[in-house]
Design a protein around this ligand. Structure first.
Ligand code: DC
Length: 225
């Protein structure tokens, strides 16, 4: 039997990658993996273990403790996948603005990336997976059958992120969300280790003015050949 395809989706923060990736996974009957959640879980571990001080990460100590960090995805009571850090459901806790900043910082560390990339490759080794992130089409699955690079204007992305935080009952300020997002764009696309960039063979999707339904129509049209 042929291996099922891997679908790699990369792009800027808050441009709807996870909504799109989940919808594709549902339609195809594939597993969805949110690789950003794994960097967020490492950041949470760092905060809890006082390895993150203000804006700086105690890099050497975090690297030393990488073997103590176990991340996996398990179905919650409603049947949705949630992120688990060392056996604890941290799905809600990893979504705050503070964690976003620290996740961007820990994602610059080569050893952190090596650990998470290996885990991601193991999760996708049998195919039938949709994974979203920043380096999925470039580093994690450079031979993915389908690669999509998503983008949208910063203001539209900030509004979406703001709405998402509010919907989760979290405190949010639009200007702060926008500033945070622009900082992360800069960090994610200029870092030395696996910077965010369009992978060879990726198709660009600018969804600034598309609804989730429009995106699925685009996907079907693009890949129904
Ligand atoms: O997609 P997200 O916003 O949840 O990602 C959180 C941070 O992790 C983001 O700043 C970029 C980083 N990240 C990464 O470097 N590589 C990935 N494959 C996924 C996320």
């Amino acid at each position: 039997m042929n291996k099922k395809p891997v679908i790699a989706i990369d792009g800027y923060s808050s441009c709807g990658k996870s909504t799109f990736a989940k919808a594709i996974a549902k339609q195809m009957g594939y597993l969805y993996i949110d690789s950003g959640a794994m960097y967020r879980a490492v950041a949470l571990y760092g905060i809890r273990n006082k390895l993150v001080d203000g804006k700086t990460v105690q890099q050497a100590q975090l690297i030393n403790q990488l073997d103590n960090i176990q991340i996996d995805f398990r179905k919650n009571m409603e049947g949705r996948y949630a992120t688990f850090l060392n056996g604890e459901n941290v799905e809600d806790e990893i979504r705050g603005v503070e964690i976003s900043e620290h996740a961007s910082n820990v994602s610059k560390i080569k050893e952190v990336r090596a650990k998470l990339v290996a885990l991601q490759q193991a999760m996708g080794k049998n195919g039938g997976i949709v994974m979203d992130g920043r380096d999925i089409g470039t580093v994690v699955f450079p031979h993915a059958e389908i690669k999509i690079f998503m983008t949208a204007s910063p203001e539209i992305r900030a509004q979406r992120r703001y709405d998402e935080l509010k919907a989760r009952g979290m405190e949010a300020d639009y200007q702060e969300v926008l500033k945070n997002l622009q900082l992360r764009d800069l960090q994610d696309s200029t870092r030395t280790e696996s910077p965010l960039k369009k992978a060879d063979g990726a198709v660009v999707l600018d969804n600034s003015h598309m609804s989730p339904d429009d995106q699925m129509k685009w996907f079907r049209k693009q890949y129904s050949k």
